[in-house]
Design a protein around this ligand. Structure first.
Ligand code: FMN
Length: 184
């Protein structure tokens, strides 16, 4: 797929199944992340690739986090959280890992990590791989952050769910550039 076509038509795919991206496709996705705009070339990011049994371990971490907040936590709630990571055969966690810099504030470094995530979405789509960027309360939970090995200055920018789209196409809402762009 041509770059402009991918940029103009990309959409998210919430319903994902096996197979996960193969090693070549995954490498293309990773390389796309690393070409995100990056003030000062600080590489203010790192990524965790989660698949197989690690998806179950992530579900267990979600349950542990939710249990830490609520005593009256039902088995049904636990099962729902356990299943969340299994909505796709692979998840890439984008972590913003900012460093002190006199000219590049932390906010800009977070933006670079977000840009890397968007690049991965487009690289997935361009290769026919379904993807969806998710966060939710678990992305901000201290138990999840600790369990994934984040240090105190790091943030989860997103969980990028990747796999084979169960739904072939999605109707994307047509938005007119003129509604958002004005000549100043
Ligand atoms: C930072 C960020 C976090 C998001 N978190 C969620 C989420 O937790 N759950 C969800 O349904 N969509 C989430 N979304 C939105 C979807 O990824 C998606 O962009 C949205 O459903 C619109 O679909 P589209 O990408 O096909 O236009 C998030 C998007 C961003 C940028």
């Amino acid at each position: 797929m041509q770059a402009l076509e991918a940029l103009h038509t990309r959409s998210s795919f919430p319903r994902l199944a096996e197979p996960a991206p193969n090693e070549t496709q995954l490498e293309n996705i990773c390389k796309a992340a690393l070409r995100a705009a990056d003030h000062g070339l600080l590489r203010p990011w790192r990524f965790l690739i989660i698949r197989g049994d690690a998806l179950t371990r992530l579900g267990e971490l979600f349950v542990q986090a939710a249990r830490a907040d609520a005593d009256d936590f039902s088995d049904a709630q636990a099962e729902r959280l356990m299943n969340k990571p299994h909505r796709a055969p692979m998840i890439i966690v984008t972590i913003s890992s900012p460093s002190e810099h006199p000219k590049v504030p932390e906010f800009e470094q977070d933006l670079s990590a977000a840009a890397a995530t968007q690049n991965m979405l487009v690289a997935a789509y361009a290769q026919g791989i379904g993807a969806m960027w998710r966060t939710g309360s678990m992305a901000f939970h201290p138990v999840v952050k600790k369990g994934l090995g984040l240090s105190s200055n790091e943030k989860i920018i997103g969980f990028l769910y990747l796999g084979t789209a169960k739904d072939a196409t999605r109707n994307i809402q047509q938005v007119k550039p003129g509604d958002y762009f004005q000549v100043w």
